[in-house]
Design a protein around this ligand. Structure first.
Ligand SMILES: [Zn+2]
Length: 90
């Protein structure tokens, strides 16, 4: 997988995926989406420097609630597609 793929090889799977695009059943949008997570705890670790300034050293977030997917055009609930959304997230 180190060799550079030819353009035709990279294009083929993308065309195949077009048949399986997540599309809003309400407005037909297939490009813009919101992911909303409930009950998120954001934890950030900071280190204080000698001059009193801080630098962020770590970032850990924890999702306690449900994660939902919405159409960014009409806010239609697309959570039924969320599993596929996660699988296609790169
Ligand atoms: Zn929509």
């Amino acid at each position: 997988m180190i060799s550079v793929p030819e353009p035709t090889q990279t294009r083929k799977p993308i065309i195949a995926q077009n048949n399986h695009l997540i599309t809003c059943s309400n407005c037909g949008n297939d490009s813009d989406f919101f992911e909303v997570a409930d009950g998120v705890i954001l934890t950030s670790r900071y280190i204080q420097n000698n001059d009193g300034s801080f630098v962020q050293d770590g970032d850990e977030s924890q999702i306690l609630g449900e994660v939902r997917l919405f159409c960014a055009e009409c806010n239609h609930d697309l959570t039924a597609h969320h599993q596929r959304f996660v699988e296609m997230l790169f």
